[in-house]
Design a protein around this ligand. Structure first.
Ligand code: C5P
Length: 220
């Protein structure tokens, strides 16, 4: 069978990562977390003292870090210049800075190229999750899903993940990051015209996974 390419986009806290990983594992596909790549380049910028407020400075070094994503859904990995950064990319510092770094066109061009090359080399196909996969990175994907959920549901899920985090503060931070991601000039967070929208507010993770698996199977 021809490899199947699935794009899953949406704002934070909609269950994109959990859903994408489970669908890939269940169907024997590769998996790519593109948010982890933007977090990894942001971590590198912070670690190397690049001024996050200065898009020109960011653009000048966007090609420097070597970013390697492992695409096994059972063990997705992310390395920068040979260092495992899976932990450091989830800190509050990186989370608060990633939208500024990912808005720089040179950063997006660089990361988009990595994403396309991983997607086209996946033997059985791949589930790629992000913000602009269906619109920009893989406009010819076999299936495009756009996950949504109410801000309350998204904040509750996120603060559940970040044990003990304040729900209100988490909601404010999420809304701020989504607004930045949706309003940037280059490939903003957006639903592709041909994407299937799935509102996950009232669904369990298992229900969302089943829904997406069914949609993929219809395409194969
Ligand atoms: O999905 P995650 O929350 O890890 O994404 C972190 C950030 O990476 C997003 O807030 C966004 O700024 C950026 N991102 C992006 N395009 C993607 C995936 C993530 O700009 N395809």
């Amino acid at each position: 069978a021809k490899p199947v390419i699935v794009a899953i986009d949406g704002p934070s806290g909609t269950g994109k990562s959990s859903t994408s990983k489970a669908v890939a594992a269940q169907l024997g596909l590769s998996y790519l977390d593109t948010g982890a790549q933007y977090r990894a380049i942001t971590w590198w910028m912070v670690t190397n003292g690049i001024d996050i407020e200065d898009p020109t400075a960011i653009a000048a070094v966007a090609g420097k870090p070597e970013i390697i994503s492992g695409t096994d859904p059972a063990n997705p990995t992310i390395n920068v210049d040979g260092t495992d950064v899976a932990g450091p990319i989830r800190t509050q510092e990186v989370t608060s800075k990633v939208s500024a770094v990912s808005a720089v066109p040179e950063v997006r061009a660089r990361i988009t190229e990595l994403q396309r090359s991983l997607a086209t080399s996946a033997e059985y196909g791949i589930v790629v999750e992000g913000r602009d996969i269906g619109t920009t990175v893989l406009p010819d994907a076999d299936l495009k899903i756009f996950l949504t959920a109410s801000p309350e549901a998204r904040a509750a899920r996120r603060s559940g993940e970040l044990k003990g985090a304040d729900v209100n503060a988490t909601r404010e931070a999420l809304i701020k990051r989504d607004a930045a991601d949706s309003s940037r000039k280059t490939s903003p967070l957006a639903k592709a015209g041909d994407a299937v929208e799935v509102d996950t507010t009232a669904l369990t993770l298992q229900q969302v996974i089943e829904c997406v698996v069914t949609l993929v199977e219809e395409k194969r």
